[in-house]
Structures are given as C-alpha cells and as structure tokens.
Design a binder for this molecule. Structure first.
Ligand code: ATP
Ligand code: MG
Length: 384
C-alpha cells in the first residue's frame, strides 16, 4: 500500500482514485471526492450500543450516500483507560467494524480506518499541542466528567488529557466540514474549532475577524468543522442517570440477544412505585420511548396514561419498548452473525480504508507542514 504525498494544491480526487481503484460510478470513491466531507468515529473501549446508533451511527448511514465519509476507530485513545488491555482493544476494534457493517455502514461508500495506521494524525497532534494552552485543554467539561465517572482520580496518565488534543488532529487531518456526534463531544469539537482557527491565524495569516465559513477562502489550511448532533444527543443508560457508555456497564449493545435486551430494558430505573402513581414522562424510560417507539400517536397515548397514573405499570411500557428495540436490532443481529469468524473480511476492509485515509491525511499534513515551514523532504508511506 502506498500513500503518495501529493504536491500542494493537487486535488484529492486525483490521489484518492488511484489507490482505491474505484470507478467513477455513482456512490464510488471518485464521485465521493466532490462531496462535502464528514469525519467521526469511536473508541474501542467495548462494542457499540444503542447510544451510538441514535447519537451518531444512524446519521452516518444516512449521510454515506451524499457525503465523503471517514469513520475512525480511535484505538490509540483506548489506551488512555485500558493500557493493560492491549489484546482486548484489538478484539474490540474488530467488533466495532462488525457493528458498523451490521448497522448499515457500507465500506464501498465510506472509509473505515484505524487511528494507529495514520502517522499524519500523530504529527499534527504534536503541532496542535503547541497551539493550545494546557489550562484550556483541562477546562474541557467532557474531560473533567470522564475523569469523574471513569474513576480515574488523580492518577490519570499524561496521555489522558493528550487524547483531547489528539482528537482535534483525528478530525482536522481530514479537513471535514461536519462531525456527526453525540452531545458529550461538543466541547471536543469546540477545542477542534479553536485549534483550526489558531493554526490558520498563526501559520496562514488568516485574518482574525472573518467568519468561520471563510477560513479556507482566506488561505487557511483548515475549515472550521461543525458538530452535527444526532436525533438523540445523549441517550441515558439503564441506570437511568449516566450517559449510556461502553465503559459504565449501563449499555444495551447492538450485539445483545433479544433476551438480553429485554432483561436490560426491564432494569431501566425510574423510581416509580405503582401503575396508578402519576409518572414523569421526562424520566429515563420515556427518553427511551421517545427514541425507539416509532409511532408518535402511540407515544402520546403512553405518555398521557403514564402522566395520569391511568393503570399503566412501568413493566408494561418496558415490554412494549423492548419489542421495538428488538425489531430495530434484529436485522443488525442477522448481518452481524454473517460476519462471525470472518476477521479476514474485516481486516481487508480496514486495510483498504487505511490506504484511502492515509492519502487524504498525508495531503493535509503536507499543507500544514508547508504552512509551518516544516516542509523539507517529500515522503511516501508504504505498507508491506
Ligand atoms: P466510553 O465509555 O469509552 O467513553 P462511549 O460509549 O462514550 O465510550 P465513544 O466511543 O466515546 O462511546 O463515543 C462515540 C460516539 O458516540 C460519539 O460521537 C459520542 O458522542 C456518541 N455517543 C456515545 N454514547 C452516546 C449516548 N449515550 N448518546 C448519544 N451519543 C452517544
Ligand atoms: Mg465516550
């Protein structure tokens, strides 16, 4: 695999088409190149769950036929909390690709790739780290929250806050216009937007008083990407309190069996005592009802009965909810089962994705190095 370094200003289409070997059919890589670009991704700290579906992946599936999509599996970032579990990180990386395919991401349309295979990301991270005051990184509320809920205490590694800077490089290496994410990622996106503006101002003489949308037009290397929040920005976990997270034991996974899904949904905590007690239709259970019961009239009916304590138990609502969640997951389970034991298929998809991703990221790095006076010798990346 080669990742040729293009000359400055060469089109992404020219370099992208050669390595992917794709034709110019609609939906192919070549036609993708003229589309608005998006980037988003996941950390292999476990398998994907319903929060990923409503917060980001559903949107990705919708956008993959109209946008040039890059989906990163941030495997280096998984080491921030799992440094002693390298084999599990590797296994979860494969599982996440299976989840992607099961959920409907098409590797012929979208580029699925590994963070650890893209050297340009790590080089940009070093440069970006110089543009961000340390205190600014530590002020990120998502980082503070993660330190608390993941129980990291005072002993988190230097790499932990560094991952927030790394994430700005994960994104900007691809110069996307949009980043489809859940609500918790907004502070990371804000940091990314700040670093992009700062880079453009410091190294490309971009004026400080222009609109975000005009940065590239004024010579900036980086666009200022927008966060695009999914239909449900923060799905609560079955504990009824925290965001559903892979790491917190409060998730319903895409790969759970129908029985497991039902059992977990029965555990959603509401604190309500009886079917005649007027219930809170903004509680965790009804956040799930809003997210997964597709019939708006039925949702309104359930809410009305629940709010009036009209002889409707939590168990009844949960059973109905579980049926809808299982109806959503059943086709995903089938597609996932077809990939069982086929690691070679998954690795092949990743290798092709990494080749494409390196073409784009090397192109960005080249532009950034030229802007920062670091452009000495052209290089070519090669996989054996
Ligand atoms: P971890 O516990 O390791 O942080 P996670 O479950 O939070 O894992 P991430 O890999 O951090 O998952 O997030 C991947 C993407 O999914 C991000 O865009 C994030 O905002 C979104 N996301 C994760 N959990 C939820 C949720 N409960 N609701 C909505 N979006 C979510
Ligand atoms: Mg997270």
């Amino acid at each position: 695999m080669t990742a040729p370094v293009p000359s400055q200003g060469s089109s992404a289409a020219a370099s992208g088409a050669s390595a992917s070997g794709a034709s110019a059919e609609p939906g192919s890589r070549m036609s993708n190149m003229s589309r608005p670009r998006i980037l988003t991704g996941d950390t292999p700290t476990g398998r994907l769950h319903l929060g990923h579906w409503v917060g980001s992946v559903k949107r990705r599936v919708e956008l993959q036929s109209t946008h040039d999509c890059y989906f990163i599996i941030a495997n280096y970032h998984a080491f921030t909390t799992r440094v002693d579990q390298s084999q599990e990180i590797r296994a979860d990386t494969i599982e996440i690709v299976r989840d992607y395919l099961a959920m409907g991401i098409d590797p012929e349309c979208a580029t699925i790739f590994l963070q650890s295979e893209i050297p340009a990301i790590h080089e940009l991270c070093f440069l970006f780290a110089m543009l961000l005051p340390f205190n600014r990184v530590m002020r990120n509320p998502t980082l503070k929250d993660e330190i608390k809920v993941k129980g990291l205490g005072e002993n988190y590694s230097f790499g932990f806050p560094l991952y927030a800077v790394g994430q700005t490089a994960d994104i900007l290496a691809f110069r996307p216009v949009g980043v489809p994410v859940g609500e918790d990622q907004v502070p990371h996106l804000e940091l990314t937007r700040e670093v992009a503006r700062r880079f453009n101002q410091v190294f490309c003489a971009t004026p400080t008083d222009i609109e975000d949308a005009d940065h590239e037009q004024h010579g900036g290397v980086f666009p200022i990407p927008r966060a695009e929040i999914g239909a449900v920005g923060r799905l609560v976990g079955i504990d009824g309190v925290n965001k559903m997270s892979k790491s917190l034991g409060n998730a319903v996974f895409i790969s759970d069996t129908a029985k497991e899904v039902e059992k977990k949904i029965m555990k959603i905590f509401t604190g309500r005592q009886s079917p005649t007690e007027p219930g809170d239709v903004n509680n965790a259970l009804f956040q799930w009802v809003d997210a997964f019961v597709p019939d708006a009239a039925r949702v309104a009916e359930l809410k009305d009965k629940y709010a009036h304590g009209d002889n409707i138990g939590d168990g009844h609502v949960k059973k109905e909810l579980a049926e809808h969640v299982n109806a959503l997951l059943e086709p995903m389970r089938k597609r996932r089962a077809e990939l069982e034991g086929k690691d070679d298929v998954v690795l092949d998809i990743l290798k092709k994705g990494c080749a494409r991703a390196n073409e784009t990221a090397e192109q960005t790095l080249e532009l950034a190095r030229q802007a920062a006076g670091l452009h000495f010798f052209p290089r070519q990346l090669t996989y054996r």
